[in-house]
Design a binder for this molecule. Sequence first.
Ligand code: SF4
Ligand code: SF4
Ligand code: FES
Length: 256
Amino acid sequence: MVQINLPQNSKVEKGKFFKDKTGSKNIRKVNIYRWDPSTGENPRIDTYEVDMDNCPSKVLDLLNKIKNEIDPSIAYRRSCAHGVCGSCAMNMDGKNGLACTKPHSEIKGDINIYPLPHLKVLKDLIGDLSTLYKQYESVEPWLKTASETEKENIQSKEDRAKLDGLYECIMCACCSTSCPSYWWNGDKYLGPAVLLQAYRWIIDSRDEDRKERLKKVADELKLYRCHTIMNCTNACPKGLNPAKAIASIKKMLATS
Ligand code: SF4
Ligand code: SF4
Ligand code: FES
């Protein structure tokens, strides 16, 4: 039988325990993944007892409370706090999502918080998205037209409607980091977030580079690693359907 062992320095250890000091009767335990590359220590799970009587409703509020009142050393990204910037994406209770829109009341039992899966971790809850951003850049996510014009570039209502369900993407990476194909081939397969973005420009009636755009993604590794498992669509906190966008690109290629 094959036995697979993790390298010693990647084993997640039991970390520190921060006992409640407020005397609150309404306490929840929050387990948070911690790793600081500058210490040379293994990753660990720290546990915090939090007074929920004085905590607003979202997981991001909980993290802010812990950072402000218990342990200022935790690192995580956040900016808008309204589900718009995508920076607070993380894994909560085993599911990817946005900490600023996820109510902690939806999580039963202890609250477990990890970085997005299968990314290199930079520190604590911060994953390394540099590969994903390079892939995003590779699909040239901007309008391409041959001629510059001073006039408004008009689009019919019907053509504009084709962008619904695509333009709302905030590039949070919840979908790509829940996709098994992206886990194993993330350096070559573009993944659902970037392919949804690619499709957003492919079907924009004002764009004049459709053929080239399709040619660029028509690749065994970049596109056809998608096996329609649908994890991506289940993970999207904005209710978008990247699997459908990928299927639409495949259909366009098959019929063009
Ligand atoms: S449908 Fe495709 S992109 Fe979405 S999770 Fe499955 S393999 Fe990944
Ligand atoms: S499709 Fe959804 S999950 Fe994926 S990057 Fe866009 S908003 Fe995030
Ligand atoms: S902080 Fe901007 S989406 Fe959560």
